[in-house]
Design a protein around this ligand. Structure first.
Ligand SMILES: CC(=O)N[C@H]1[C@@H](OP(=O)(O)OP(=O)(O)OC[C@H]2O[C@@H](n3ccc(=O)[nH]c3=O)[C@H](O)[C@@H]2O)O[C@H](CO)[C@@H](O)[C@@H]1O
Ligand SMILES: C=C(OP(=O)(O)O)C(=O)O
Length: 417
């Protein structure tokens, strides 16, 4: 298993460009199935999850090339509605294929994706939305067998603004007959990016970014080209790393409005942040102040995908902060590892109390999940001595060449394979 070795203490300085978002490219890749034509996606991140999605799409007959951040996909050759179990188990996001394959073939057989490192992650809301559109779903032996004679537009009230369920419902409704309204939809920017791509293919959809999305079903879609939106979580992670090290950095290809909840917390910590065009400049004080509270919420609240990285930052802040994780049940696995590095953190259910210390000390720690792993890298950048972060396969699901990005900003970090 690969690991990162970090010699802590360097202040991050310089400029870095953020690439396309994992959480945008995955549903968009699934959406390409709907057209049965060629789609071209640019600025795609070269990540394990993206390769898994490509492998799944190839296994059901699609033709794909991925070179220099450009994915060209021809879904006219789709030949199967059965998604291989091994690949579905590898990546939860394979569930995004339900809506498009049902739209295109009227059938899908897919294994239940199950839970993952950050919690049980049920798919009841996806199932309810698809059933509302007329899909008959049978669950047996760990598989979902779904069938529909013709999807019918309807009103879908989501009990919770689930990002994935909103995306799956959109994808199923695009080729349905009539109008679908998704009420209490998730408002995340990745849903707006999905809408932009679908509109380029000729879909009739509006409202993404608000809590009500309206789709008029169409019979056919066309070829489209789309540039994937910048990854707001990578942007936030780099800003947090800059803040933790007392840095002075410029992040390019960033959309400031997508990271406002993070920027506002960083300002509370004493960082100066300047937004200009598609750049964000951060200048951090030598030692940041603790923020009182961080509560994860659906967008535009503070993102759960930034909770761990921000906690790493708070471990060395002046003062005490209180975190509440409201989205996932099991997203504090980084806490034991941060504690091993000298952090003072207490957990009580969904609340974590972080008492800032003057310094962390380097240690051998294990990434247990994607963002928790990124948090350990940030901790390693500020710790005294050497930190080894093991099991970085988790980190590499969501960060392309994380070590190289940080090295470009002056960090002393390298990867051992
Ligand atoms: C690929 C992708 O885009 N992943 C993101 C997406 O995940 P994902 O789409 O899985 O997250 P959801 O918004 O669906 O999940 C939020 C909460 O709803 C629950 N839930 C969800 C669906 C369902 O059918 N039933 C149910 O109970 C989940 O267990 C969780 O507690 O949004 C999350 C919340 O911003 C992010 O952390 C993930 O990075
Ligand atoms: C939890 C995440 O992703 P996924 O939904 O792909 O597991 C994440 O990106 O932090």
């Amino acid at each position: 298993m690969s690991k990162f070795v970090i010699h802590g203490g360097n202040r991050l300085q310089g400029e870095i460009r953020v690439g396309g978002a994992k959480n945008a490219v995955l549903p968009i890749l699934a959406a390409t199935v709907l057209s049965g034509k060629v789609s071209i996606l640019t600025d795609c991140p070269n990540l394990k999850d993206v390769h898994t999605m490509i492998e799944i799409l190839r296994s059901i007959g699609c033709r794909i090339s991925f070179e220099d951040a450009v994915i060209t996909i021809d879904t006219s050759t789709l030949s199967s509605y059965e998604v291989p179990e091994g690949l579905v188990r590898e990546m939860r996001s394979s569930i995004f294929l339900m809506g498009p394959i049902l739209g295109r073939c009227g059938k899908i057989k897919i294994s239940y994706p199950g839970g993952c490192e950050i919690g049980p992650r049920p798919i009841d809301l996806h199932i309810k939305a698809l059933e509302a559109l007329g899909v008959k779903i049978t669950e047996a032996h760990g598989f979902l067998e779904c069938e529909v004679l013709g999807l019918k537009g309807c009103e879908i009230h989501l009990d919770y603004p689930s990002v994935g369920a909103t995306e799956n419902a959109i994808l199923a409704a695009i080729l349905a007959e009539g109008t679908t309204r998704i009420i209490n939809a998730a408002k995340e920017p990745e849903i707006v990016d999905l809408q932009d791509f679908l509109q380029k293919m000729g879909a009739k959809i509006h409202g993404a970014g608000t809590s009500e999305i309206i789709i008029e079903g169409v019979k056919e879609l066309r070829e489209a080209e789309h540039r994937i939106m910048p990854d707001r979580i990578v942007t936030g992670t780099i800003l947090a790393a800059g803040a933790a090290t007392g840095g002075d950095i410029l992040v390019t290809n960033a959309i400031a409005s997508h990271v406002h909840p993070i920027i506002s917390k960083l300002k509370e910590c004493g960082c100066l942040i300047l937004e200009k065009g598609d750049t964000l400049k951060l200048k951090a004080p030598e030692r940041i102040r603790a923020v009182d509270t961080v509560k994860t919420l659906p967008y535009p609240g503070f993102p759960t995908d930034m909770q761990a990285q921000f906690m790493a930052l708070m471990t060395v802040a002046r003062g005490t902060s209180f975190f509440t994780e409201t989205i996932f049940e099991n997203r504090y696995k980084h806490v034991d590892e941060l504690t091993r590095m000298g952090a003072k953190i207490k957990i009580d259910g969904r609340v974590a109390v972080i008492k800032g210390v003057k310094k962390l000390t380097g240690a051998r720690v294990f990434a247990k999940d994607l963002r928790g792993g990124a948090a350990l890298v940030i901790a390693g950048l500020i710790a005294e001595g050497i930190t080894t972060v093991e099991d970085i396969v988790h980190i590499e699901r969501g960060y392309e060449q994380f070590d190289k990005m940080l090295e470009q900003l002056g960090a002393n970090i390298y990867k051992i394979k």
